[in-house]
Design a protein around this ligand. Structure first.
Ligand code: AMP
Ligand code: MG
Length: 321
């Protein structure tokens, strides 16, 4: 990316504007985290209730102490090991963080994104940016600059195109304010990665007990209704629904690779979980683009990245508001 593009985007941030930024997880919609009016524009552009907290993105782990009250040893360890990277830490906020960013909470979510363009932007800007995913509230997160332009259009002052996102799923959110780190949202850093570094088990509350603001059941949903079935039944269920007159999108497991499927749109799930994570949101968007009204999918094994993929699919299949 050219230096003048970065400088122009940094100027947009200084003036209280919105910049869509590439990260390794998904595209973010960034504003100066210390400017409550700019932060308010994020909520307006997304159509997101202002009680839902945003993640503060920093240019390096060395800035963490400016934004939080204190950093417990476990948080320090995780930041050193995983930043820049797809891990968000929830800590008690310092006074530098306006309540507009945290949805009124005394805690703040912080991370250092791993993308050269956004790290350059943060260095040029010199502060922190508040950034949720750059999509309308409740819809699928964008993993390309085109997704952002299509969905947010003129609501964004500037879109930095950093190519397709390498991880493709949102960051793992870990609450490190208590005695034991708790995973509030599974994501690009796996539970196994966290436990290896910490040397002890983390808490992963079951989906029924997680009550994080901004974690609605129907998050990450395409327009088409998503129905989850057992992996071995995807083909049969898809064909049955297609025969009943639906325009079916089928997410076919690797175990059924090559089997012909009578459906409107057939997508083969990649064998590698990294590839699957990277392409999941694009695949869900494609079902919409191809006019599907029903998507038949299955949950992968909930190990490694499978935990985050299953979480997003459950939410996509969850009750709509
Ligand atoms: P998004 O960037 O669109 O994935 O949304 C930000 C996510 O961070 C939401 O799921 C919020 O619930 C979560 N989050 C942000 N701040 C906090 C916080 N202080 N405590 C718990 N979760 C948070
Ligand atoms: Mg989001």
């Amino acid at each position: 990316m050219r230096n003048d593009e970065i400088e122009r985007a940094a100027e947009v941030l200084r003036r209280g504007g919105l910049v869509a930024v590439p990260t390794e997880t998904v595209y973010g919609l960034a504003a100066n985290a210390e400017d409550p009016a700019a932060v308010a524009r994020i909520f307006a552009a997304k159509g997101r209730p202002s009680s839902h907290p945003l993640i503060v993105h920093l240019g390096g782990a060395q800035y963490l102490d400016d934004w939080v009250e204190s950093v417990p040893p476990a948080a320090r360890l995780l930041a050193e090991r995983f930043w820049p990277g797809p891990l968000t830490l929830v800590l008690r906020r310092s006074r530098r963080v306006p309540l507009e960013v945290t949805g009124g909470l005394e805690t703040v979510a912080v991370r250092v994104p791993n993308h050269p363009v956004t790290l350059e932007l943060l260095a040029a800007f010199g502060g922190g940016v508040a950034a949720p995913s750059a999509n309308r509230f409740g819809s699928v997160s964008p993993t390309t600059a085109d997704h952002v332009r299509t969905e947010l259009g003129d609501a964004v002052d500037c879109v930095l195109d950093g190519g397709a996102c390498q991880v493709g799923l949102e960051s793992t959110i870990v609450d490190v304010t208590g005695d034991v780190p708790r995973v509030l949202r599974p994501g690009g850093v796996t539970r196994e990665d966290l436990e290896e570094v910490l040397g002890y088990p983390v808490e992963v509350p079951s989906k029924s007990t997680v009550r994080v603001p901004g974690q609605h059941p129907s998050h990450y949903a395409p327009r088409a209704r998503v129905v989850l079935v057992e992996a071995e039944k995807v083909v049969a269920e898809a064909e049955q629904a297609q025969d009943l007159g639906h325009r079916v999108g089928a997410l076919v497991p690797p175990s059924s690779a090559g089997v012909p499927v009578r459906a409107h749109a057939v997508v083969q799930v990649p064998e590698s979980m990294d590839d699957y994570a990277r392409s999941l949101f694009k695949l869900l968007r494609e079902f919409d683009e191809r006019g599907c009204d029903l998507v038949i999918a299955y949950l992968p094994d909930e190990q490694g990245l499978g935990l985050a993929i299953a979480n997003r699919l459950r939410r996509a299949a969850g009750p709509r508001q």
